[in-house]
Structure formats: C-alpha cells, structure tokens
Write a protein that binds this ligand. Sequence first.
Ligand SMILES: NC(=O)C1=CN([C@@H]2O[C@H](COP(=O)(O)OP(=O)(O)OC[C@H]3O[C@@H](n4cnc5c(N)ncnc54)[C@H](OP(=O)(O)O)[C@@H]3O)[C@@H](O)[C@H]2O)C=CC1
Ligand SMILES: O=C(O)C1=N[C@H](C(=O)O)C[C@H](O)C1
Length: 269
Amino acid sequence: MEKIKVVVAGASGKMGSEALHMIKKHDDLTLVACVDLQHTGQKVSEVAGLPDFDAVFYDDIEVCLTDVEADVLIDLTSPKVGYKHTAAAIKHGVRPVVGTTGFTKEEIDTLSAQCSEQKLGAVIAPNFAMGAVLMMQFSKMAAKYFPDVEIIEKHHDQKLDAPSGTAVKTAELIQETRKQKTQGHPDEHETIDGARGADYDGMRIHSVRLPGLVAHQEVIFAGPGENLTIKHDSLHRESFMSGIKFAIDHVMGLDKLVYGLEHLMMDND
Ligand SMILES: NC(=O)C1=CN([C@@H]2O[C@H](COP(=O)(O)OP(=O)(O)OC[C@H]3O[C@@H](n4cnc5c(N)ncnc54)[C@H](OP(=O)(O)O)[C@@H]3O)[C@@H](O)[C@H]2O)C=CC1
Ligand SMILES: O=C(O)C1=N[C@H](C(=O)O)C[C@H](O)C1
C-alpha cells in the first residue's frame, strides 16, 4: 500500500500538534515535513510533546515543497500565512487540506480557480468536527422556516479571527434557505458600538472569547412563541481529527477545491 505523504504547516501549534498525533495513528499516512517558525532543521521527534517522527521542520513553505515529495499539505496556521501556503501547495501540485480560518471569499475563489485550472483536489473546511458540520446543515434546514436567527460562537482567547470561520460558513449556509430579513426593531440603535454583533445579511453574529473555551456555537432560531437552539461543542481538539483524516482520504480523488466538509459528507451539491 502506497502511503499518503503529508506535510503539516503550523505543526507545533494547538491544532498542528494534534494533527501530528493523528498521523501517527494511521498506517496509510506518512509525515514527510513540517512547516513552522520555530524548530527549523530539527526533527519532529526532538521537539517536546510531539510524536516520534524523523521528518524535519522548515520555516519556508517554498523551500519545503521543493525539498520533499508530498501529496497533501495540511495547513493549520493563521489567515495570511495559510493563504500563502495554500497557493504555494497548489503551485507545487500538492493537495491542500486547509483548516486555517479567516480567508476572504475572494481568496477562496482565487484558490478554487487555481485548483480547477490544474485539476487538483483541495479541501478548505472551516470546521472539521463532524458534529459541527451537522450543526451547520441542521441550521440551514431550520432557516427555511425561521428567518429570525442569531449565531453565538464562543472560543478560547488565543483565537485571531472573529467571527469564527464556522460562524461565517453557518451564515452563508443559512443565507441559502432564509428569506432575507433585517432583524430587530427598525429604530434600534447601539449605545455602545458592536452591541448587536456583526451583521451578515440582516442576521447577527456574536463572538465570545474566554480562556478555557475550545470551540462552541449556538444557532438560535425564533418564531412566535417558540425557540429552537442548535448547539455544538468541541471539548477537545481531537474532535477535528477524524474530519481531517476524512478530508485527506477524499482529497486524493478530487479534481477541484471543495469549501466545506459537507460536500464530501453528504450528497447535497
Ligand atoms: N477547521 C477546523 O476544524 C479548525 C480550524 N482551526 C484554525 O486553525 C488555525 C490554527 O489554530 P491553532 O492551532 O489554534 O493556532 P496556534 O496559534 O496554536 O497555531 C498556529 C501555528 O501556525 C504557525 N505559524 C504562524 N505563522 C507562521 C508562518 N509564517 N509560517 C509557518 N508557520 C506559522 C505557528 O508557529 P509559531 O508558534 O512558531 O508562531 C503555530 O504553530 C486557526 O486559523 C484556527 O482558526 C482551529 C481549530 C479547528
Ligand atoms: O480557532 C479555533 O480554535 C477554531 N477555529 C475554527 C473556526 O474559526 O471556526 C474551527 C473551530 O471553531 C475552532
């Protein structure tokens, strides 16, 4: 069996290190390199807390992808860095599996066009937790009947982007079925800026950042005399790993970029 050769960018971060442990558990995956700003030239096995791999750390994606032969790049970095890494992977014919959030729609469209041109598979998923993907799909279903909806996402206080990628994706999916509506009182005004949260097509997104949280979201729908809350909690970053493995397996057979794991999990294109 030919193993899938994987590079992990952001490998010593919270998600990247979890991804290394996931790779270690799967015989059909092999780690060929890591990209990060620290540990350049060191073996993964030499870094405290990381699993026993001989693959080495690079601090530059171009050098890395020129040096090693890879099938897949897992990117778990930050918005600007992740975009640069994904574009570099596509240029090198390496399939990106991107968990990094905070890409703009224009950036996703550009990467998508590059993949289509090269007939190269790629997956960008704002959330790899299967339960979160279902939470988003259930929200899309509910929005057809409940146009009044607010999204509350809660994350750890080290998160760089707000709203979360999951909240943005949820709002995009809700927009597909929700009858457009500007919510709240027509004369409402904020006495403190931002009190009503971010406005996405007339619905509101609220971002909470607190130490100790991992990743949590509630989507609250309301109609006359009733509430429906759809809620998902990631209690540990292990929750994202089965989705990353699922994406790696599928990306090998794709010839375009897929944005959102739902396109691979269910036949709803
Ligand atoms: N799709 C999903 O299911 C999930 C997505 N995420 C997303 O994943 C991303 C990472 O999250 P998290 O692990 O919590 O963040 P961390 O801050 O813990 O990790 C980020 C990593 O990126 C590295 N990095 C930063 N700049 C560069 C650079 N210029 N070149 C190479 N590496 C760099 C950091 O290295 P250094 O420490 O050396 O600076 C660090 O290892 C975020 O965008 C987050 O939103 C998170 C959870 C789930
Ligand atoms: O930064 C995080 O932690 C997470 N980021 C993703 C997002 O922005 O939605 C996925 C998950 O919520 C965890």
